[in-house]
Design a protein around this ligand. Structure first.
Ligand code: ADP
Ligand code: ADP
Length: 232
């Protein structure tokens, strides 16, 4: 479902060049939850942003659902991005829009009719457990509730891939647990492939099928979660 082949990313050039990713090969099969773990500055954020081309790799190729992302023109890339949801550490909700209108935003941008938006957003809010919060504003919600809104928004365009950039790092352990449970349900019930990055072992242990370890821009290990955490 997601394939990175020989992906490198360098920020800047000459003396100040930062080699954030070095020859990354990563294969995430359809329907799996794949974790990428590593220290701050290892390149996790750059890696996940290369999947939907928020960052363009300097070298290599990125294939998502059979489409070679770097070969797409602007409009085809926009279409492809509808199939790739993303959630972030700090939720990135629009503070001037209520919960309903945050989730509706991607559908509005796609030009959907109001009636279609209504019938899509309400079930999504139910799925994330926020049906009774549709009229509230982000400032009135807890961190966990904000992330649930962001998840509903990410699912609005019916993606088959969900990218999670430190999605639980701003949450307390209990809330983290409930968000991970929601992500697990989304993977199981909707068959959505999940790529998540985190610096927390517990996140990987609790929901990932496979895990890659990234260090200084290189993938240094790639294993089943069970094998990864087995003592030598
Ligand atoms: P992580 O997500 O693991 O913390 P990042 O991908 O954010 O790692 O960063 C990897 C390296 O690339 C770091 O050295 C970081 O400072 C650098 N970096 C990230 N984004 C940029 C940027 N836009 N410009 C220059 N350097 C960057
Ligand atoms: P996070 O770790 O929460 O993703 P960061 O503070 O690392 O956030 O980065 C925030 C933004 O700044 C990102 O868009 C990233 O690409 C950019 N960035 C990170 N490191 C650098 C850097 N050394 N130089 C320029 N931009 C950077």
């Amino acid at each position: 479902m997601i394939e990175l082949s020989n992906v490198s990313k360098t920020y800047g050039s000459g003396e100040s060049a930062v080699h954030a990713l070095k020859d990354i090969n990563l294969h995430v099969p359809k329907g799996t939850i794949h974790g990428v773990i590593g220290l701050s500055g290892a390149g996790k954020s750059t890696l996940i942003r290369c999947v939907n081309l928020l960052e363009r790799p300097t070298q290599g190729s990125v294939t998502v659902d059979g489409q070679e992302m770097m070969r797409l023109n602007r409009s085809a890339l926009n279409q492809a991005r509808h199939r790739i949801g993303m959630i972030f550490q700090h939720f990135n909700l629009l503070t001037t829009r209520n919960v309903f209108d945050n989730v509706a935003l991607p559908l509005e941008l796609m030009g959907e009719k109001r009636s279609a938006i209504q019938s899509r957003v309400l079930p999504l809010l139910e799925m994330v457990g926020l049906a009774d919060k549709a009229k509230q504003y982000p400032a009135q919600l807890s961190g966990g509730q904000k992330q649930r809104v962001a998840i509903a928004r990410a699912l609005a365009s019916k993606p088959n891939v969900l990218l999670c950039d430190e999605a639980t790092s701003a949450l307390d352990p209990q809330t983290t647990g409930s968000i991970l449970e929601l992500l697990r349900d989304i993977n199981r019930q909707l068959g959505i492939t999940i790529l998540l990055i985190t610096h927390e072992m517990e996140v990987v242990k609790s929901i990932c099928h496979r895990v890659s370890l990234i260090s200084n821009g290189q993938l240094v290990e790639d294993a089943e979660v069970g094998d990864f955490f087995t003592a030598p």
